[in-house]
Design a protein around this ligand. Structure first.
Ligand SMILES: [Zn+2]
Length: 366
């Protein structure tokens, strides 16, 4: 529990919400008073059940509102599902849209003071003028070139500074979630935090909030690494350098103050052959869509059966034409053509099953 926030203050900070949890995946949430018992937006496999007390250590401070337009959302869902062969009937944009549930995932924000010394190799760009002799077909020409090189120099200094709103993971699954929401590097959340607003109960707009499952103490090492990255860039700028290497900071830190930043996320699902929900996740700000892509083996099998039935019919037709061909030569060529068609249909029959199996293997959860 944060030293400067009592449990009662924490409750008041959140407004009228109730703590609940999922017995299946153990994720904890805060839900609005009138939300009933919604399905767990984390695993989609159980309903959320009430908890006696709130298990969060930090009050909410900032919220990034949901801001994807319906048109962008539809287009992104359509693009995401388009390359899935033999799609389950539930894998269409209107069903995905209808099942969409909004919730917020937390990230810690730390305010901390740092006092210490740093040293690093700072790199300074400089221009070198050189010339290059080049044969242009009729004679040699001299071409002047300006080349940028980097001069490295050791630098050191002192640092006394307060860092505010340094972000750090609040969930064990944080890295995986950031990648699922469109990050190329999990350390950089795929959200424009400059568009965040102050937390208020209204800002949640009835959405569920996931509560942290990492304690602030455990998140501190990430916040400190983030502070070191920011400090390295600041020292580089202060030195008038353009590059830095081997930055090291020996610092003491004041007791950090922890709050939460809430990131918007939606989850929807389609239904697999086994009847289980397969989640599809959407970044509530950028509209980035991700999820496991699975072809329906049932649909592929139906196609295989249809092709096999047509092959069987073609086989009977071949037999009939063969008998007719024995009586009249005019039927021999058609009989051979239908035989050839039968042969290709037999080859094609297992293709849907093989294609679906291969697609699912390539897109299996890593
Ligand atoms: Zn769950």
């Amino acid at each position: 529990m944060n030293a400067d926030t009592s449990p009662r203050e924490l409750d008041a900070a959140w407004g009228n919400v109730h703590p609940v949890h999922c017995k299946n995946c153990r994720a904890g949430f805060l839900i609005p008073a009138n939300a009933g018992a919604p399905v767990c937006p984390n695993c989609l496999a159980a309903r959320l059940e009430p908890l006696p007390a709130l298990e969060a250590d930090a009050p909410p401070e900032l919220v990034i509102p949901f801001s994807v337009s319906d048109a962008t959302l539809d287009a992104n869902l359509e693009r995401w599902r388009r390359d899935i062969p033999f799609r389950s009937p539930s894998l269409n944009v209107s069903a995905l849209r209808a099942n969409l549930k909004r919730f917020f995932i937390p990230m810690y924000l730390a305010d901390a003071s740092a006092f210490g010394t740093w040293h690093a190799q700072m790199g300074f760009d400089y221009l070198v003028a050189s010339s290059e002799e080049r044969f242009d077909g009729s004679g040699w020409v001299t071409q002047r070139l300006n080349e940028t090189r980097v001069r490295w120099e050791p630098r050191a200094g002192e640092l006394t500074r307060k860092y505010e709103n340094v972000s750090a993971p609040a969930l064990e699954q944080h890295a995986r979630m950031m990648l699922a929401l469109g990050a190329s590097n999990w350390r950089e959340p795929p959200f424009d935090t400059s568009r965040s607003i102050r937390f208020s109960a209204d800002a949640l707009n009835g959405a569920i909030v996931r509560v942290p499952d990492i304690a602030p103490n455990a998140a501190w090492q990430f916040a400190r690494a983030q502070i070191e990255r920011v400090a390295a860039r600041e020292c580089e700028t202060a030195s008038g350098a353009q590059h830095h290497e081997q930055f090291s900071l020996r610092a003491a830190y004041g007791e950090p103050h922890w709050t939460l930043l809430l990131l918007p996320m939606s989850v929807t699902h389609y239904i697999g052959d086994d009847g289980k929900f397969i989640p599809v996740r959407v970044n509530g700000q950028s509209g980035f869509v991700s999820g496991i892509k699975r072809a329906s083996m049932q649909r592929a099998r139906n196609w295989t059966i249809v092709i096999a039935l047509v092959a069987l019919l073609a086989f009977f037709l071949t037999a009939l034409l063969g008998i007719a061909g024995a009586l009249n030569d005019a039927f021999v060529i058609p009989a051979l053509l239908v035989l050839l068609a039968t042969f290709f249909l037999c080859l094609a029959a297992p293709a849907p099953l093989i294609a679906a199996w291969q697609f699912n293997r390539q897109n299996a959860e890593k």
